[in-house]
Design a protein around this ligand. Structure first.
Ligand SMILES: NC(=O)c1ccc[n+]([C@@H]2O[C@H](COP(=O)([O-])OP(=O)(O)OC[C@H]3O[C@@H](n4cnc5c(N)ncnc54)[C@H](OP(=O)(O)O)[C@@H]3O)[C@@H](O)[C@H]2O)c1
Length: 371
């Protein structure tokens, strides 16, 4: 079964013809995936380097993470349904990382994505269009470009695909091991030159470091396609705005991670209803001061007949970024899809930003975020 497309982002020719092909057609039972109606217009798709992606992607940090997100293998069926619903409804960008998954489950997010792509029961054309953006950890033992190429091949093996959409550096080592930084950059160059990734990106790079890596990659003939940072109504400081300006100037797409503030911008958590696990401590410090922002989100949501997460995600889109909210259930994916196909007015954007300024505590920034 020729599974690879002409210009594939995720090719499947490595997977042997599935046992399905041996079965009589009467044995096929194609599960019905709900189509929610077009969540966005075709012209709203976003060009990202050589790739074209949906105006929102989904994040998969929780898929394999027990510590923070309470993952259990029993959730896999629901995660697969979540993936299928997203893809069938136009989402073609999925963010993952080679470090996602705790303990023995390290790499689980990539493994699950690979399996879900292979088993996607919808149209082949839709499946071939999926863009996987994975991230390579800057572990201290990854000291040469060859080690990054090896890491990239391991990710390809876990996902059983031939090419990654966007190969991203998960973080910069500039803050604590500047000497390693060049190896990371050369690692990106090597995986791009070997054709293992269609495009390259960075994550947790601040304004200064972003310009430096952009210029270095350019000098090596490698375009920098994306930069992901924590970007939300809870994380919209001067650095985020400067990064956005730099991205616009240099033709880099900004990907907003944690657009729902790890769940705080969904409206479902309060000081007396905290999530289990380590998020509880963080939320207990931030949520008490979040009332002005949550009130504004709620007000706009009610007026627009939308939900709070939909408004929070839509703000990221209005800022010209590609949000990648994390999803754990079909219900969450379905709701978050409702963030597409409409836009907040400029007055509503200002109202939200004013309310965010009034909220005293912001999200803590990633420890690896550079200047
Ligand atoms: N580059 C980096 O260093 C970095 C860092 C962080 C994240 N990321 C990427 O960004 C993605 C998104 O960020 P995130 O997962 O940290 O946080 P997020 O998107 O701000 O929040 C996601 C969480 O909110 C809850 N949620 C989502 N949709 C909801 C809805 N409609 N209603 C109610 N609850 C909802 C879910 O958790 P509960 O149901 O448990 O509340 C979900 O896991 C990650 O998955 C990852 O791919 C990258």
């Amino acid at each position: 079964m020729p599974l690879a497309s002409a210009t594939p982002t995720a090719c499947f020719s490595r997977c042997s013809a599935s046992s399905e092909t041996m079965l009589p057609s009467s044995a096929f039972k194609i599960p019905k995936i709900p189509r929610l109606g077009p969540p966005f217009w075709p012209w709203e798709k976003v060009k990202m380097g050589p790739l074209t992606v949906s105006p929102m992607g989904f994040g998969t940090w929780a898929w394999g993470n027990q510590l923070l997100w309470g993952y259990q293998e029993a959730m896999d069926g629901d995660l697969q349904d979540t993936f299928n619903l997203a893809v069938e409804n136009g989402i073609n960008l999925f963010d993952t990382a080679d470090s996602y998954g705790t303990g023995r489950l390290n790499g689980q997010s990539e493994r699950l994505l690979g399996k879900f792509i292979r088993e996607f029961p919808g149209r082949k054309r839709v499946r071939d269009d999926i863009v996987i953006a994975t991230k390579f950890a800057a572990y201290p033992w990854r000291l040469t470009p060859a080690q990054f190429v090896k890491a990239c091949k391991s990710s390809l093996d876990r996902m059983q695909i031939e090419k990654i959409g966007i190969g991203q550096l998960h973080w910069s080592t500039a803050n604590y091991a500047p000497i390693q930084e060049l190896a990371l950059w050369d690692g990106l160059v090597a995986m791009y030159e070997k054709g293992l990734v269609q495009a390259v990106g960075v994550s947790n790079y601040g304004p200064k470091q972003l310009v430096k890596i952009h210029d270095y990659l350019k000098s090596r003939g490698v375009p920098l396609c994306s930069a992901q940072v924590q970007f939300s109504l809870l994380s919209m400081g001067a650095d985020q705005m400067q990064i956005k300006d730099i991205c616009d100037t240099l033709g880099i797409r900004l990907i907003s991670y944690s657009p729902l503030g790890l769940g705080m911008l969904t409206g479902k958590y309060t000081s007396s209803n905290l999530p289990s696990g380590p998020r509880a401590l963080l939320f207990s410090q931030i949520l008490p001061g979040l009332e002005p922002l949550l009130t504004a989100l709620r007000e706009i949501a009610q007026r627009r007949d939308k939900t709070i997460p939909q408004v929070a995600i839509n703000w990221c889109i209005c800022m010209g970024t590609i949000p990648i909210p994390g999803v754990k259930t079909v219900k969450q994916a379905e709701e978050n899809l409702g963030a597409l196909g409409w836009r907040l007015s400029s007055e509503e954007v200002s109202q939200l930003e004013c309310a965010a300024q009034e909220s005293p505590r912001k999200m803590i920034q990633n420890i690896f975020q550079t200047r």
